[in-house]
Design a protein around this ligand. Structure first.
Ligand code: LLP
Length: 421
């Protein structure tokens, strides 16, 4: 459920009419709903209660500081994968002891930044990284709390580009080597081993892969404890999928996911962390675009939008589906037509949808891409020198621009001309 509904024939974000935002900021733009972000975060905290837990929002899915502050104010933790994301979390007022640092290639500078600024834990992904962290922490006279990310060799049954839990993927240490790596960690100065981390992929639409992975983590917890390690925290990653096709997707609910966590690892006396991104932010955002032209081609018609692949890359990159709806509600029984929905960028890959059955729309109309809150704005680029588009946050009947569209001067001024030219 989200808070983007038609009211009196016009699509609204909570109590704000989308055309009002379009008139104020121009198209295209992203718009996020505070009520939806809040609702989704709470679904997870409720699903995990009464286990001791922290829901760490995966910032990579939607990293605007205003969004992070919205979630941080509710008590959310943050999962960061770069020094930049760490600084975003801190800029949103999230204390270091609610920030976990994931990522396969943390640099020493990033380690230093988080250690001196305060961090809940590092999720260590390899032995070389573990040794580097030990050296950095020791040189600062600090102790780094760590979990070690294990790769459980589970098939997440999701898109190959976002599956992470198979042994051929670059993530984590093979679970079969865990005893060796934990034994080495225990000998390294500057590290305090506190738990285990796992993340098997994103946009999972079944619970079974999670179950397999978490059962392996439960076994490993018992084994490592028997080997003398203190395991008090389990970070179970993110990855729960969302319904991209309203009409027929039905991914598992957070309550069922919570029940699965309780069933598989709930009796170990550990504090549980999860790192959901998409399920909190995905359906909390729309990409709103204007129709520039309707072009009649050879055997197919094109809707040419002012949004393009640089604004929302998921369809080009993963063949991802986003529902597209007109902002003006079509009357019941309104005529429909198949369109190829495309952007302005000069490559055929800039196609949002092929042969999409849509109510008739015309040049000048507004359309909205649903489920665009996650991995939308954060993956945008300025390809074709198209400015990054604005982000808008709605709360009730208020809206605010939370990232403004840069001017062309700002864009051009980032380039510098060497003295020899
Ligand atoms: N934790 C870790 C360690 C991750 O690598 C990820 C996502 C998450 C948590 C959050 O996963 P989520 O709950 O959002 O599924 N750009 C792709 C998705 C990439 C996901 C990368 N890792 C897309 O647009 O589908």
């Amino acid at each position: 459920m989200d808070h983007f509904l038609y009211r009196n024939g016009t699509l609204h974000a909570e109590d704000v009419a989308i055309p009002d935002i379009a008139a104020a900021v121009g198209t295209p733009f992203y718009v996020y709903s505070t009520a939806t972000l809040t609702r989704h975060y709470r679904l997870f905290t409720e699903a995990l209660s009464p286990l001791p837990h922290l829901v760490c929002f995966a910032i990579k899915s939607l990293s605007n500081v205003a969004v992070l502050k919205t979630l941080g104010n509710l008590g959310a933790g943050m999962d960061v994968v770069s020094g930049g994301e760490y600084l975003r979390a801190r800029a949103a007022g999230v204390p270091g002891d609610r920030i976990v640092f994931s990522g396969v290639g943390k640099t020493r500078d990033e380690m230093r930044l988080a250690l001196t600024g305060g961090i809940r834990q590092f999720n260590v992904e390899s032995e070389p990284e573990m040794r580097a962290l030990s050296e950095v922490a020791t040189s600062l006279g600090l102790t780094a709390p760590i979990t070690i990310r294990v790769n459980p060799d589970v098939d997440a049954r999701t898109h190959e580009k976002i599956a992470t839990g198979r042994s051929e993927n670059k993530f984590g240490i093979p679970i079969a080597r865990a005893s060796l790596v934990y034994a080495e960690a225990a000998t390294l100065p500057g590290l305090q081993v506190i738990g285990i981390d796992v993340h098997i992929g994103s946009q999972l639409t079944e619970l079974e892969p999670f179950e397999q992975a978490y059962l392996k983590v439960a076994d490993l917890t018992r084994r490592l404890r028997a080997e003398g390690h203190t395991i008090t925290r389990l970070d179970l990653g993110g990855g729960l999928g969302i319904p991209y096709r309203r009409s027929n997707d039905a991914p598992p609910l957070p309550t069922d996911y919570g029940a699965l966590i309780k069933r598989t690892v709930g009796d170990l006396g550990c504090e549980i962390e999860i790192e959901p991104g998409r399920l909190i932010s995905g359906n909390a955002g729309l990409l709103v675009s204007g129709v520039i032209y309707v072009k009649h081609g050879e055997g197919r018609d094109f809707l040419i939008l002012d949004a393009a692949m640089n604004d929302l890359v998921r369809p080009s990159m993963y063949g991802a589906h986003h529902d597209i709806i007109p902002v003006a509600e079509p009357p019941v029984g309104a005529p429909r037509q198949e369109f190829d929905v495309v952007g302005q960028v000069c490559e055929t890959g800039d196609t949002f949808a092929r042969g999409r059955d849509l109510p008739l729309v015309a040049a000048g109309d507004l359309v909205a891409f649903r489920s665009a809150g996650a991995y939308g704005a954060v993956m945008a680029s300025e390809y074709n020198t198209r400015p990054l588009i604005p982000e808008v946050l709605v709360q009730g009947d208020q809206f605010a621009v939370i990232r403004a569209r840069p001017s062309f001067d700002e864009i051009l001024n980032r380039d510098t001309i060497p003295a020899w030219l």
